[in-house]
Design a protein around this ligand. Sequence first.
Ligand code: GLC
Length: 740
Amino acid sequence: MKKEELVDLLQEMTIEEKIGQLVQVTGEVFLMDNIDTTTGPLKDLNLSNKTLYQVGSILNIVGSEKIRKVQDEYLSKSRLKIPLLFMADIINGYRTVFPIPLAQGCSWDPNVVYHCTKVSIKEAGSAGASVNFSPMVDLVRDSRWGRVMESIGGEDPYLGQVFAKTMIQAYQGEDISKLGNVAACVKHFAAYGAVEGGRDYNTVDMSEREFRQYYLPAYKSAIENGAEMIMTSFNTINGVPASVNQWLLREVLRKELGFKGIVISDYSAIEETIAHGVSKDKKQAAYRAIMAGVDIDMMSNVYANHLKELIDEGKVPEEILNQSVMRVLILKNKLGLFENPYGNIDEEREKRILKSEENLQEARKQTAETLVLLKNEKEVLPLKKNQKIALIGPYGDNIAILGSWSIFSDKSKIQTLKEVFEKRMGTKNVLYAKGSEILREKEINQILSADGGNIIHVENEEEKENEYLQQAIEIAKQADTIVLAIGEHYRQSGEACSRANIEISEIQKRLLNELAKQNKKIVTVLFNGRPLVLKDISEKTDALLEVWFPGTEGANAIADVIFGEVNPSGKLTMSFPQATGQCPIYYNHYQTGRPHISNIRFASRYQDIPTQSFYPFGYGLSYSKFEYFDLKISSPKITENSFITVSIKVKNNSNRGGKEVVQLYIQDLVASSVRPVKELKGFKKEYFEAYEEKTITFEITVDMLKFWSEKLQYQAEKGEFKIFIGPNAEEGEETIFELV
Ligand code: GLC
């Protein structure tokens, strides 16, 4: 449709029809034989049938057949035939599931993130998804928060910006109406990752400088790269919930960032402003949200049931309503839905594309890039296939390795480690024992009872535990190497999964302790959605491979690395703490006036643990050995309109080709406000042949030195800067230069 036709359409719409475009509900109700709004999620919404057939969009209905059915049912009763918009959470895959976003970011490779994102959205797009609630670009520093697993940039604003751009480009391409593209909804705006205590939905309160310096850049990058939609977060920002925060949505988002797309609330977040205590009732919640600039109300009914009276009373100018409705119509038009209400669905193609062999191969290849080798003493890894291994642990023969946002996944083709190892090594070389559950009954029920899930009962739990343990010890005795597959339960990671103790469970610790007494080499494979406290595990294990929740092809990718077909190259995007009490911990921290550099009593430190992280940001090993030397800078001085180059020699001192992520950090030594001990300003992931040496060069520009100053100006200040180039945030070569 042309723009003027959209204007005409808007003028034809009644107030109720306009408001309907700003309401999003789940789509199950349209799949019912007889529409029943008195049960399920719609019961609480108490929407009339009339309103239902005026809503503008649907949440989490995907699949050609379902979309055709829902769209037909809806349009059959829609006066103006404005098609529904289908939105979904395709977070790390549709039918073929890729590694969780935190893992994808650990590839430090935009191509890896691009391919994981592209295949996911080719599958979901061919099944009719028009808008995807991704990328999640929240900066995260506190591993107690269950949703760190979704953060594509981890604890670093630079990585967040790079990957936000990559994912928007992968989702939207040149034309969002084309097959394989969707409109992207960047989330959660804003600073949701900074919830106090790592407790989900909790308070966020920080200085404007902190917000602008660390939390805003990734959202800005997504918007600059054309994100069509943005989702407001559940949390407050400095005392005002994001969904009613005028400063955040009108000043920063619309005026400063120039965002023209749609603002959608998170699930019932507008109504939740009543619980926050800033709206006295649903009517005020509707008022505050529409005036702040939230266009679509996701799954609460405050817009549907209260906007009309606010407009009739003149409290909300109809122009405000019209602006929001026009933004929805424009997106529907960009997606081509007026001409083709079904989007790119095609039942035949959907069957062919979903979880095709090609997609599985792609998943296997990309997943291997996200695994992080944290320890490899005496080169225990890679294993040989003719070894006899004891594969032990609750993740040894377990398909629950997709992560918490794999709602559309097809689990039929997931192979377990046991199946893959037996294929690679022959069954006689793989002795298997479960060794333990992931959690004991009490712990599982603590999780399941929270959402009213039916709790479980384990008969003779202690007896079973000892039996599992004995079996494990028995097979350990017969093998020369133990591969221990342990980790978090998938329900311990994701939304509403905050943990006050981020260690592995007691039952798994017991298993490891008993196996460590067998004096065998132990390779630990860790399945988890957040940094964990790994001190105990690391001390008792010879090799430690962080695999996160690796997705459909996880077992194959793990085997490819374990047997050396792939040389691991992943690097951490979040610091691993020494103890839970060290959270939040992040590499780009401030020096403080009493840095804990030497062992003095009155320093900024804990008495009972070391001050630095257990595994630092940017850390990850390879089967190759990389040496950094000969750091050179083209000039010790840089001016406003010049740039300098810095180069370093990197040599692969091994007989194995492999990739290394060369990282560039800069520290502003003196400035009008405190500056981090270092900040990532660039990285290059390069392949090195055996014994190959390369010179890696970075350009340093004044732009890279800008920050939010004492007076909240975004500028670079003259003075000395330190450059670090190395394999992670704690090692490398350094030199000084000056901005004059
Ligand atoms: C959830 C999440 C958000 C998701 C939305 C729709 O509560 O916070 O990330 O996209 O609701 O499922």
